[in-house]
Design a binder for this molecule. Structure first.
Ligand code: GLC
Ligand code: GLC
Length: 817
């Protein structure tokens, strides 16, 4: 069952009922100012940091679900309703939400009045613009009251929901003209405030929540809206809001438009106050910058121009890679939604979604490196800075802070280090950046250790420390020690926690000299060739050779001690017992090592690779994707940790953890099995799951972290959409693995691995200052293999397209065979 449809031309998902199985959200903002918005206008806005600079309040865990947003109310001759359906929940004669790239349009109609709301954050603007258009569709004049309402958060979102003894006394606002200024804490150390304005005269306003709602009411029935009269309340403590009351007269067929701005302003310390103020009484805040922002969006023409610029911005980003395959679901994922989600993960990391509260985790070392794989071609310069930021949180011994804070860019001490896969991801991320950009110079950048500007080394030295961190931390079988956890944060083989609430990763010994990870070994073998290549290019042949021999040893070690007969083992625990082995009663086989070891090419010639992937198909694959391991753990095992804390089938305990499904897709392309790779792609890809939205529950346009596995009661149901490494890896799997358009150090490799039934596809790729028009044909219906390539009519040797860097367009014809 569907709740809407894709409008590919507009690059929108159109939701046709407010009763989606869960709030389906979108993101506003590209840099600094961001908002989350659901299909019923729920959500919140923040500046840079979702915890520390939260402008509007949102209550996770609330009932009713998804209450709190940027709300508009209509009182049309006593009939009160919301054009976004919520919060009043009155039936609408027409409802439609169009989530587009960086904007959402929500339309609601009732009683012959149509209201269209456009929400977006203009480029380079520290605020959210909402254009509200009201149209009288009857042949009678209408006298309407329009009310707005946003509830302010007292900046620190965590403090805001815990520290009531203070917070209920500190709220302060100013009202001037049609703008309401939220200046809580501005009197003391804050030098920033928010405002909510509209380009129209007001009939009144409210800034005190209870005056607007009425005591004990929710947003679904504000007294002021029901009465049709604002009270001009001034918040003093309690809960400041901004609500404007506008009287709208509409002739038959007439339309009027209003522009609201939720803005964020920072003033220098000595410019906080209005110096021109002569009267007595409290000195008003300096509003100069707010006035300027209001002037930028005072007319519809200004709004439309900014909105068009936003579309052009996305044209540029998405234009870097566009395909036409004849499969509309595939095209819309690759051309629109998957790269869009990758940019959202770039901006948000794992901070703010409807599953991440914006106050929890910072930026993950491993997550950020992997996210980069999905957006590096869109914003290479920003990817470069991201790599340097991440590398600055590495320690001298090569280990790394597991997370860092986006505002300070410093490592997070509460979690610390000891996740032994982390260092290797820096090699993976850096190599991807260099392959995209050709910028080998990044390796010479001086980068701090532990954010200490007095202790720096080149980025290349950081990569070297990453590489040798693994070599220096190997266990009894010669496999890498796992530490607190590897990619699977929940496989905690050194923790043994028995106390509720303890961290599974950081309590107890957490590190040990015995527990080893086959996954890290696979990741090492995957990353090592890039390190070796970079050594060679830096004219370090001896170092390259030494690294090469470590690589070969690791491959042998995996085959000797990391293979279990039909698949790769997952790990050895703290007592040397096998994890992910046929000998285990539960958790006999895991997905991660099958994916990564085969991606790395281990056992390709000797048959283990093929056997491992066949075992994935036989034991782990379901109709909704590949589960993380099987059988799921039926009880809690202290020696395994958090993984066994989840009920069977959820999250890391045998859920379909979408992040690592694409590893198996990529592994299948290494084997040349395009049919299999694409089949696995379709199983978890949201556009292909749109038809089962009632089961899947989450947005059909973006990936979710997890789909419940077959051991769960809600098998097939997704959770945790948007902020997941799934976005980047699926983008890599489809674009580089299956379609086979893969950046390399000195050229663009074309190496498709597609279902043999495909007759080919076309693509456009911008790469190092040239555009390639790529036409792939598959006359012999093969899955993999390139017979010849013509570039601008001339045959080239091999399958790497030459670099042109001439700003021109080059015609590429790839014949498979
Ligand atoms: C979450 C984490 C990621 C981890 C994964 C598996 O997605 O953000 O770092 O690899 O879970 O535990
Ligand atoms: C929990 C989650 C896991 C995530 C981790 C991040 O362990 O289950 O997915 O990676 O928290 O700290």
């Amino acid at each position: 069952m569907k709740f809407g449809y894709f409008d590919d031309l507009q690059r929108e998902y159109v939701i046709t009922t407010p009763r989606t199985p869960y709030p389906w959200i979108n993101y506003l903002g590209s840099q600094d100012f961001f908002g989350l918005i659901s299909n019923t206008a729920g959500g919140y806005s923040f500046y840079q940091d979702a915890r520390l600079r939260r402008l509007t309040r949102y209550r996770y865990n609330n009932v009713p679900l998804d209450d709190g947003g940027r709300y508009f109310y209509v009182n049309d001759g006593g009939d009160c309703w919301s054009p976004s359906f919520k919060p009043m929940n009155k039936e609408l004669s027409h409802y439609e939400c169009r989530h587009g790239l960086g904007y959402s349009k929500i339309q609601g109609a009732r009683g012959g009045l149509q209201v269209q709301q456009l929400f977006f954050v203009p480029l380079f603007f520290t605020g959210e613009v909402t254009q509200v258009k009201l149209k009288n569709e009857t042949d009678q004049p209408k006298s309407i009251s329009l009310f707005s309402c946003v509830e302010f958060c007292l900046w620190d979102a965590h403090d805001d929901m815990t520290n009531f003894q203070r917070n209920l006394s500190i709220g302060e606002v100013e009202v001037e003209g049609s703008a309401i200024y939220h200046k809580t804490e501005y009197r003391e150390r804050r030098n920033h405030y928010a405002f909510f304005s509209v380009n129209s005269e007001l009939a009144g306003y409210d800034t005190d929540r209870e005056s607007f709602l009425g005591m004990y009411n929710g947003f679904e029935g504000p007294e002021v809206v029901l009465q049709g009269v604002a009270t001009n309340s001034m918040a003093s403590g309690w809960s400041p809001i901004a609500s404007q009351h506008i009287k709208v007269e509409l002739g038959p067929g007439e339309e009027k438009s209003y522009i609201f701005i939720l803005g964020y302003v920072e003033n220098a310390k000595d410019e906080k106050w209005d110096r021109t103020f002569q009267a007595t009484g409290p000195v008003p805040i300096n509003k100069t910058k707010a006035y300027k922002m209001m002037a930028e969006f005072a007319t519809d023409a200004q709004v439309e121009e900014a909105w068009t610029k936003l579309q052009l911005h996305w044209d540029r980003l998405l234009g870097k890679f566009q395909i036409q395959t004849g499969d509309e679901k595939l095209d819309r994922m690759v051309n629109i939604w998957n790269p869009y989600q990758c940019m959202v993960t770039f901006n948000m990391s794992r901070s703010a979604s409807y599953f991440e509260s914006g106050i929890g985790r910072g930026m993950g070392f491993r997550d950020s490196n992997q996210d980069l794989l999905g957006f590096v071609h869109q914003v290479p310069a920003r990817a470069r800075q991201r790599i340097l930021d991440i590398a600055s949180t590495q320690f001298e011994d090569g280990s790394a802070y597991h997370q860092y804070q986006p505002l300070t860019k410093k490592g997070n001490n509460a979690i610390g280090s000891g996740f032994n896969d982390d260092p290797l991801w820096l090699i993976v991320g850096t190599a991807a950046y260099i392959k995209e950009s050709g910028d080998f110079g990044i390796l010479d950048e001086e980068v701090p250790f532990d954010s200490d500007p007095n202790n720096t080394a080149s980025l290349f030295e950081h990569l070297r420390r990453s590489f040798y961190h693994v070599i220096k931390h190997r266990g009894p079988h010669g496999l890498p020690l796992i530490g607190r956890a590897d990619w699977n944060d929940c496989l905690n083989l050194n923790c043994f926690s028995e106390e509720p609430g303890e961290s599974f990763q950081t309590s107890g010994p957490s590190e040990g000299a015995v527990a080893e990870s086959v996954f890290i070994a696979g990741l090492f073998v995957y990353a090592a060739p890039d390190f070796i290549e970079l050594c060679r290019r830096r004219n370090l042949p001896q170092e390259a050779n030494a690294a090469q021999s470590h690589l070969e040893t690791m491959i042998e070690t995996v085959l000797d001690h990391g293979y279990d007969g039909k698949w790769f083992l997952r790990a050895y625990d703290a007592t040397g017992q096998k994890i992910g082995s046929k000998e285990c009663t539960e958790g006999k086989i895991y997905i991660e090592p099958q994916g990564f070891c085969v991606m790395a090419g281990i056992g390709l010639e000797t048959g283990e690779a093929r056997e491992a992937l066949d075992s994935v198909a036989a034991h782990l694959e379901t109709e909704h994707g590949i589960v993380l391991h099987t059988p799921a753990y039926s009880r809690y095992y202290p020696e395994l940790g958090e993984i066994s804390s989840y009920p069977p089938g959820y999250k890391e305990n045998g859920g379909i953890f979408c992040h690592n499904n694409p590893w198996v897709m990529l592994a299948e392309t290494v084997l040349g099995r395009g049919e299999r790779a694409f089949e696995l792609y379709r199983k978890i890809c949201p556009a292909y799951r749109e038809d089962i939205s009632e089961l899947h529950r989450l947005e059909p346009y973006v990936y979710a972290q997890m789909i419940a596995g077959r051991d769960a009661p809600h098998f097939g149901q997704a959770k945790n959409s948007w902020l997941t490494g799934t976005a980047a890896w699926n983008y890599v799997a489809i674009s580089q693995g299956i379609l086979g358009v893969r950046p390399d150090y000195d050229g663009l490799i074309i190496d498709p691995c597609i279902p043999p039934a495909w007759s080919g596809y076309t693509a456009e790729r911008e790469f190092r200052g040239a555009r390639y028009h790529i036409r792939v044909t598959n006359p012999n219906q093969v899955s993999k293999g390139v017979e010849r390539i013509l570039v601008d009519g001339k045959e080239i040797v091999g399958n790497k397209l030459p670099l042109f860097s001439d700003g021109g367009t080059h015609e590429v014809h790839v014949v498979m065979g």
